[in-house]
Design a protein around this ligand. Structure first.
Ligand code: LLP
Length: 421
């Protein structure tokens, strides 16, 4: 459920008409609903009720500080994957002891930043990285809390580009080598082993792969404990999928996911951490765009939008489907027609949808891409010297621009010309 609904024929974000935001900020733009963000966070938080837990929002999904602050005020921790994300979380007021640092390629500088500013734990992905964290911790005279990310070799049954839990993926250490790697960690004086981390992929639409992975983590917890390690925290990653279409085959709900976690891992008495990103932000955001032209091709009609692949790359990159709706609700019974919906970028890949049934649309009409809150704005670029589009946050009947559209001057003046030119 989200808070983007039609009222009297006009699409609203909570209590604000989308057309009002469009008139104020221009198109295209992203708009997020605070109530939806908070609702989704609470679904996870409630699903783990009765268990010592922390929901660490995977801020890579949507990292505007206003979004982080909204979630942090409700009690969320953050999962970060770069020094930049770490700094952004801190800037949004998230305390270091609620920030988890994931990712396969943390640099010594990033590790130093986190150890200096405070960190809940590093999720370590390799032995060389473990050595670097140890060295930086010793240099700073602190002890770095760590988990080791294990790769359980399970098939997440998701898009190949976002599956991470098979042995051929670059992530984690093979679970079969865990004893060896934990022994190494225990021997390094700058580290304190506190738990195990696992993350098998994103947009999972079944519980089974999670359950397979978590059963392996349960077994591993007992084994590592018997080998003398103090395993008291399990970071179970993110990955629960969202419905991208309004069909009936919706992915499992957070409450079902939480029950499965309790069933597979509850007996171990560990603190549970999860890192959901997409489920919190995905359906809490729209990308709103305007039709610039309706162009008749040989055998089809194109809706040419002012939004493009640089603003929302998911269709081009993952063949991802986003529901696209007219901001002005079509009159009942109006006949839909197929359109190819494209952006103005000079690539055929700049296609959002082919033969998509839409009500008849004309130049100037507004449309909205649903489920665009996660991996939308954060993956955008200035390709074709197109400005990054603004982000807007709605809260009841209020809205605020939380990232401005840069001017062309601001963009162009970031270049510097070498002296020989
Ligand atoms: N934790 C770790 C270690 C991750 O790598 C990820 C996502 C998450 C948590 C959050 O997963 P989520 O709950 O959002 O599924 N750009 C792609 C998705 C990439 C996901 C990368 N890792 C897309 O647009 O579908």
């Amino acid at each position: 459920m989200d808070h983007f609904l039609y009222r009297d024929g006009a699409l609203f974000a909570e209590d604000v008409p989308i057309s009002e935001i469009a008139a104020a900020v221009g198109t295209p733009f992203y708009v997020y609903s605070s109530a939806t963000l908070l609702r989704h966070f609470k679904l996870f938080d409630d699903a783990l009720d009765g268990t010592d837990h922390l929901v660490c929002y995977a801020m890579k999904a949507a990292s505007n500080q206003a979004i982080l602050k909204t979630l942090a005020q409700a009690g969320a921790g953050m999962d970060v994957v770069s020094g930049g994300e770490y700094m952004r979380a801190k800037a949004a007021g998230v305390p270091g002891d609620k920030i988890v640092f994931s990712g396969v390629g943390k640099t010594a500088d990033e590790i130093r930043t986190a150890l200096t500013g405070g960190i809940r734990q590093f999720n370590v992905e390799s032995e060389p990285e473990m050595d670097v964290i140890n060295a930086v911790a010793l240099e700073l005279g602190v002890i770095a809390p760590i988990t080791v990310r294990v790769n359980p070799d399970v098939d997440a049954k998701t898009h190949a580009k976002i599956a991470t839990g098979k042995s051929e993926n670059k992530f984690g250490i093979p679970i079969s080598r865990a004893s060896e790697v934990y022994a190494l960690a225990a021997s390094l004086p700058g580290l304190k082993v506190i738990g195990i981390d696992v993350h098998i992929g994103s947009q999972l639409t079944e519980l089974e792969p999670f359950e397979l992975a978590y059963n392996k983590v349960a077994e591993l917890t007992e084994r590592l404990r018997s080998e003398g390690h103090d395993i008291r925290r399990l970071d179970l990653g993110g990955g629960l999928g969202i419905p991208y279409t309004r069909s009936n085959d919706a992915p499992p709900l957070p409450v079902e996911y939480g029950a499965m976690i309790k069933k597979t891992l509850g007996h171990l008495g560990c603190e549970i951490e999860i890192e959901p990103g997409r489920l919190i932000a995905g359906n809490a955001g729209l990308m709103v765009s305007k039709v610039i032209y309706v162009k008749s091709g040989e055998d089809r009609e194109f809706l040419i939008l002012d939004g493009a692949m640089n603003d929302l790359i998911r269709p081009a990159m993952y063949e991802a489907h986003h529901d696209i709706v007219a901001v002005q609700e079509p009159a009942p019974g109006v006949e839909q027609k197929p359109y190819d919906i494209v952006g103005p970028v000079c690539e055929s890949g700049d296609t959002f949808a082919k033969e998509r049934s839409m009500p008849p649309l004309s130049a100037g009409d507004l449309i909205a891409f649903r489920s665009a809150g996660a991996y939308g704005a954060v993956m955008s670029s200035e390709y074709n010297t197109r400005p990054l589009i603004p982000e807007v946050l709605v809260h009841g009947d209020q809205f605020a621009v939380i990232r401005e559209r840069p001017s062309f001057d601001e963009m162009i003046n970031r270049d510097t010309i070498p002296s020989w030119l």
